[in-house]
Design a protein around this ligand. Structure first.
Ligand code: FE
Ligand code: FE
Ligand code: ZN
Length: 276
């Protein structure tokens, strides 16, 4: 099964998103747990959740991916920012226990001048506090572009976080194609080499999802600007190789391209046509 979807707005609830992704031709989706810039969450509508579960079972939506807000920075210099990260992620994971078996993706964080070592230490501390053995969600760290002081643009950094936390067994990784290309992993010229390296450093069994984006900027530019599929520096041929790669093809692919719904619909159709 080709698991393909895109980022959707959560403002109208879970059932609405599920119906929307089916209309767009997909079968899984990503959404923000709360306003991407942070802030409070709406109370959960339990009827909506029940309706969502029924609809997903009927329409073969295998699982969905919840994305933490961008403002969540577990390795900030400011204690109040780290505290927000703790409270927001704890609350997000509690809410996700109502829809077990899904995934929660977060950006490892930006160390803002404290250095990578200190940053990693704070992220490990955060995970040790936030996670517990009964969580019903797979928590995944996203590979980053290395913009500013972002942690997670090197596979080694992600691996170190996973190795050092008490809950490493429960963690996965999301590979963002725009971010890794920006970060200096040549998925265009040497996809298999990059996957070999991922396997050697992190382990491919950790890879749980792919963010499928083209990039507005050239290789290794550390800028993190997503482009529509086929219109950026990654290009159509490389995207085709990614979605058909034997080591990636069973993973879910999520578009985070600069599109409104009709644009996503077109990209999903195109990708389904390109799937071998
Ligand atoms: Fe992200
Ligand atoms: Fe992403
Ligand atoms: Zn990005």
């Amino acid at each position: 099964m080709f698991k393909i979807g895109c980022h959707l707005s959560a403002s109208k609830g879970f059932l609405h998103m599920a119906q929307e992704i089916i209309t767009l031709g997909g079968n899984t989706f990503q959404y923000f747990s709360r306003n991407p810039r942070g802030g409070a969450v709406k109370t959960l509508d339990l009827d909506d959740i029940e309706a969502f579960k029924d609809f997903s079972a009927e329409h073969d939506i295998p699982y969905i991916l919840c994305h933490a807000p961008y403002t969540l920075n577990p390795c900030s210099k400011e204690e109040k920012t780290r505290d927000f990260a703790y409270r927001a992620m704890t609350e997000d994971l509690e809410r996700m226990d109502l829809i077990p078996g899904n995934m929660y993706n977060f950006h490892p964080g930006s160390h803002v001048g404290q250095g990578t070592e200190k940053g990693i230490e704070l992220i490990v501390r955060h995970l040790d506090r936030v996670m517990h053995k009964d969580i019903k969600t797979t928590v995944i760290l996203e590979t980053m572009a290395g913009k500013g002081s972002e942690i997670g643009s090197r596979f080694e950094e992600i691996a170190e976080i996973i190795e050092r936390t008490k809950f490493g067994d429960m963690l996965g990784v999301c590979l963002d194609t725009c971010h890794v290309y920006d970060g200096g992993y040549d998925i265009v010229g040497n996809l298999d080499g990059v996957l070999d390296e991922f396997d050697r450093v992190i382990g491919l069994d950790r890879l749980k999802a792919v963010h499928l984006n083209d990039s507005k900027n050239p290789f290794e530019s550390h800028k993190d600007r997503h482009e529509k599929i086929g219109e950026g520096s990654i290009g159509m041929e490389a995207v085709k190789a990614i979605i058909n790669n034997p080591r990636l093809k069973e993973l879910p692919f999520y578009l985070e391209t600069p599109n409104e719904l009709p644009g996503y619909k077109k990209e999903i159709e195109m990708l389904k046509d390109m799937r071998e």
